[in-house]
Design a protein around this ligand. Structure first.
Ligand code: APR
Ligand code: PHB
Length: 396
């Protein structure tokens, strides 16, 4: 089999890239190791920066998001049990963000792929990448097993959109590039419940630990509390979770939290990870395959989208104009935005969580910084700009 771009992974990055390329008549094949049902079963945040909303519009999969997504003019912060304050991203940087579950984006991408006849091969095994070092005379290919039969796809480029645990990043020659990693000493317990949500996405710093209120739909709330890494889901029955969540919110918001039976409960560790470079020869990494951010800044999906915007547009320049400058600069261009989001997520994680080594001084220092944020329009604007998302750079 031959194609122009072999895409490994049918998560948001892989499917957004396939959609963008198809809009420009560029052929791709998507390889996915899971079933479609498994991919759609993942509970993931959907806080969409303006650039992500614009990309979804550009590639023609924004119609349902525009109809069912919830636009927000900002995000709410609370600390020290006091009243919360609103970080107005519209008043400060003229940007709003949209809450629309990642599962819904995945459904929209799958529907668009089906409508255009996208070749998406799922349940593949033993995916391997070959000859992507761009040496003269060598053409990249991807091989895989499906139902016990080994297949091969000859291509011009390989897009590694296979997430943190995928094969693409690991296919780079040993010693190529550098890894940056930070593991945080706590996790997030996430709960999904069919109850009305608070009006704003709300982050809370409390001496008992971090908490977050978000949602997926009008009657589908998503709450998180920081828990020790050793905690298990079984340690947190609903009758323990809800009082703990409310204890961390200021009174005026706690009284508005509606309890209900959890329909999903999970604990996720927090980590930052960046692989540099994000390309090698004719292999290009997109999304979680290249970087992971703690969920504190809701940047994961948005970084996948910005990587796709940069790589997709660079590939269009290659095929349409024979111009490879943007392709050659992809890793540097994408990494500038990746590191900006990694720093934002790191900064918010440090500002809002209670670390094991904390003394009363450390807790007080966080509260003083949050108080400064609340009172300084300049500090608030800087946070608003980072949370709402920096603009994409023009391609070289
Ligand atoms: N072969 C084929 N497919 C693979 C392989 C492999 N060897 N390894 C992983 N995959 C698939 C996974 O099954 C998954 O469907 O690649 C896909 C990667 O999708 P994601 O992990 O969702 O990564 P990405 O598309 O970059 O999206 C990032 O998802 O994880 C969240 O918080 C993250 O919101 C962000 C977004
Ligand atoms: C979510 O809705 O799951 C969510 C929202 C904001 C975050 C993280 C997760 O920072």
């Amino acid at each position: 089999m031959k194609t122009q771009v072999a895409i490994i992974g049918s998560g948001p990055a892989g499917m957004m890239l396939a959609q963008l390329l198809a809009r420009h008549g560029i052929e791709s094949v998507v390889l996915e190791r899971q079933t479609r049902e498994h991919v759609l079963s993942r509970i993931r945040a959907g806080v969409l920066e303006t650039t992500t909303v614009e990309l979804l519009r550009e590639i023609g999969v924004a119609e349902r998001m525009e109809r069912e997504g919830h636009a927000h003019d900002g995000v709410r912060l609370a600390f020290a049990g006091r009243e919360s304050f609103f970080v107005d991203t519209v008043k400060t940087v003229g940007k709003r963000f949209v809450v629309y579950g990642q599962i819904e984006i995945q459904k929209d991408l799958y529907a668009a792929a089906e409508a255009r006849g996208q070749l998406l091969i799922d349940r593949v095994e033993a995916v391997a990448l070959h000859d992507f070092d761009a040496a003269p005379g060598r053409r990249p290919s991807v091989s895989y097993l499906r139902d016990g039969v080994r297949e091969r796809i000859d291509c011009d480029f390989i897009a590694g959109c296979d997430g943190f645990h995928g094969v693409s990043r690991r296919a780079m020659p040993p010693g190529v590039g550098r890894k940056y990693e930070k593991v945080y000493p706590f996790g997030w317990l996430g709960v999904l419940a069919r109850v009305p949500h608070l009006p704003d996405v709300t982050y809370v710093n409390h001496p008992r630990g971090f908490a977050l209120a978000s949602y997926r739909a009008d009657r589908l709330s998503r709450y998180y509390i920081q828990v020790p890494l050793e905690d298990r889901v079984e340690d947190w029955p609903d009758e323990r979770f809800w009082p703990e969540l409310k204890a961390r919110f200021p009174e005026d918001l706690a009284v508005r939290i509606v309890e209900g039976p959890s329909i999903e409960k999970s604990i996720a560790p927090l980590r930052s990870y960046v692989h540099e470079p994000m390309q090698y020869g004719r292999l290009f990494l997109c999304g979680d395959a290249a970087h992971i951010v703690p969920p504190t800044g809701a940047k994961g999906l948005n970084l996948a989208a910005s990587d796709v915007a940069y790589l997709g547009r660079a590939l269009v320049r290659h095929y349409r104009d024979g111009d490879d400058r943007a392709l050659a600069a992809y890793s540097d261009t994408a990494l500038r935005r990746v590191w900006s989001s990694v720093r934002t997520s790191w900064s918010l994680t440090n500002l809002l969580h209670r670390f094991p080594h904390f003394t009363p001084f450390d807790q007080k220092a966080q509260e003083v910084e949050l108080d400064f944020l609340m009172r300084s329009p300049h500090a608030l604007a800087a946070l608003a700009e980072q949370y709402a998302g920096m603009p994409l750079e023009p391609l070289p």
